[in-house]
Design a protein around this ligand. Structure first.
Ligand SMILES: [Zn+2]
Length: 323
């Protein structure tokens, strides 16, 4: 069929071309050669019809046809070849190279999460609080006149006390060059044992007990103040969260948990005291702001819910911090 149709086409095309275009004999021969050469391979009529018949490249039709028809066959062959070597193990390098990469990839994303930890830069900033100069204080060979004078005033107030060796912890920063341990806060006013303070703080506590607490107890309860129960005095403990060192580290603070009266009653410090106790405690707390530079208690923060904290922390312009 193709042979007949093509030969018929040539028979019709040559005369028409010669007649219409008036081709020279040499041109006609050339054309004839081309068509002659084109005849034998033209087993497929489709390619020449689709392509422009003017160019008529002879060798091209075969490869194009072979490719179109052979791609599927070649693809099948290639797939077969690939599958066979994998089974035979001849061309093994191709299949193992494809298999190995997947296990390596999942291992890579794991190391990323631990690397994302931007916390370290924030911590060093908290520790930039300057050291307290009191941490470097050490006792001299001879007690300073200020310290001896303070002791004379304590004796005049009727305070009983003992001398204690210097306190110093260079690592934490605690220091009391000339500490004392109180036995009483004055005539007939006792204080809990182990009340170690610097002399100035001891004097402030003794004066406050005699001048404020004792009159307030008398006025509110009609009794005498017998004991001031301290919760803590000198305490050397590391600073919390990089904050400044507590005044307790310098024997400069006194925590009071309760007051014991001559009639045996105890007035405890807490968030919800009885009305009469509350009135007394508020009087004492309010009067403490001034003689002491820091006054904290129930309502200030959770740490001071059950005691008063009084201290003599030095502040600018003699200011106070009372909550
Ligand atoms: Zn305290």
């Amino acid at each position: 069929m193709a042979m007949l149709s093509f030969s018929g086409f040539c028979r019709l095309a040559l005369p028409l071309a010669a007649a219409t275009l008036l081709i020279t004999p040499s041109m006609a021969r050339h054309h004839h050669r081309l068509y002659k050469g084109h005849v034998p391979p033209a087993s497929q009529s489709a390619p020449p019809a689709q392509e422009t018949p003017a160019t008529v490249p002879v060798p091209k039709p075969r490869p194009t046809v072979m490719d179109s028809s052979g791609e599927s066959g070649a693809g099948n062959r290639k797939q077969d070849v690939r599958q066979q070597p994998s089974a035979n193990g001849e061309s093994a390098p191709q299949t193992p190279a494809v298999v190995t990469p997947p296990p390596e990839k999942p291992a890579e994303p794991e190391p990323e999460p631990p690397a994302a930890a931007p916390l370290p830069p924030e911590k060093p900033a908290e520790e930039k609080i300057p050291a307290d100069p009191r941490s470097a204080e050490v006792p001299a060979e001879k007690m300073p006149e200020s310290e001896t004078a303070c002791r004379e005033r304590l004796k005049a107030l009727g305070v009983e006390f003992e001398e204690h060796k210097a306190e110093r912890d260079a690592e934490i920063g605690c220091s009391i060059p000339y500490p004392i341990i109180l036995k009483t806060l004055g005539k007939s006013i006792s204080i809990g044992s182990g009340t170690e303070l610097n002399c100035r703080m001891a004097e402030a506590a003794a004066r406050f007990a005699a001048d404020v607490v004792r009159p307030a107890v008398k006025a509110e309860f009609g009794a005498d103040l017998k004991v001031i129960n301290q919760a803590s005095a000198y305490v050397c403990r590391p600073r919390h969260g990089g904050g400044k060192l507590s005044e307790h580290a310098f024997g400069n603070a006194l925590d009071i948990a309760s007051f014991t009266l001559s009639d045996g009653r105890t007035i405890g410090i807490g968030p919800a005291p009885p009305e009469k106790d509350g009135k007394f405690l508020n009087t004492v707390r309010k009067a403490a702001c001034g003689p002491f530079k820091t006054v904290l208690g129930p309502g200030s923060d959770p740490d001071h819910a059950l005691h008063f904290h009084f201290d003599l922390e030095p502040r600018r312009n003699g200011g106070t911090f009372c909550q």
